[in-house]
Every structure is written in C-alpha cells, then in structure tokens.
Design a protein. Structure first.
Length: 135
C-alpha cells in the first residue's frame, strides 16, 4: 500500500513525465514525411507535423498547469518542487513554442533536431542536481 507522500510524488513524476513526453512528441513531428512515406500509423503520421506540434504544446501546458495545482495542495516541500521541477517544465514548454513558431520560416534543421535533446538532457540534469542540493 502506498502512503500519502508516495502518491503525491507519483503524481508529480507523472506530470513531469508528460512534459518530457511532449518534447519527444514535438521532436517526432519533424520526421513526418519519412513516417508517412513508410505508411506508419504513428501519431505524427496520422496528425501531421503541425497538429502533432500543437498537441505536444497542449500536453506540456496541461502538465504545467497540473504541476502548479498539485504543488500548491501537496504536502511536499514547495521550495523543492518549484526549484527542482518547474524550470524544466517551463523550458520545455518555451522550447516547443519557439520550434512551432519558427517552423513556418526557415529554421535551421540541425537546431530543430538538437534543441529538444539538449533541453531534455539539461533539464533532467538540473532537476537531479537541485534535488541533491535541496535535500
């Protein structure tokens, strides 16, 4: 049986994971032509690049809103939650918005491919270091 604190942590990690998945989904939207050419039935192939990017942003925004709500009512140390997790969620959301807004223009393809990976890995590292320092 899970105790109360464990359930709160589980909810926090689900919300953070959704924001991370949204970044993966956005990154996948770049490969839409290849997936459609191979007749794959992936989210990207079915929705198209732009719609997948919009779904990714909505997912991340929902994860952000859910995180803020849960952080407010949970018994977990709010300073730890806001310092360790919130910057990563916000940075993923901003990165997704920038990629969506710039995709209409000429955007460096390498930047589109590398930015999500850099943001994903750096926000995970930041969260880990923050947890270790704040505990």
């Amino acid at each position: 049986v899970l105790d109360n604190a464990t359930l709160w942590w589980l909810l926090i990690f689900v919300l953070v994971s959704l924001s991370e998945y949204s970044l993966f989904l956005l990154e996948s939207s770049i490969d839409v032509k290849e997936e459609q050419a191979m007749q794959l039935k992936t989210t990207v192939a079915l929705l198209g690049s732009r719609n997948t990017a919009i779904v990714a942003i909505l997912l991340c925004a929902s994860a952000f809103a859910g995180f803020v709500l849960v952080a407010q009512v949970s018994p977990i140390n709010k300073q730890l939650l806001y310092i360790a997790f919130l910057p990563g969620i916000l940075l993923r959301l901003v990165t997704e918005m920038i990629i969506l807004l710039l995709r209409a223009g000429k955007m460096n393809y390498l930047w589109k491919l590398k930015a999500p990976d850099i943001i994903f890995n750096s926000t995970r590292l930041y969260t880990l270091i923050s947890i270790l320092l704040l505990k």
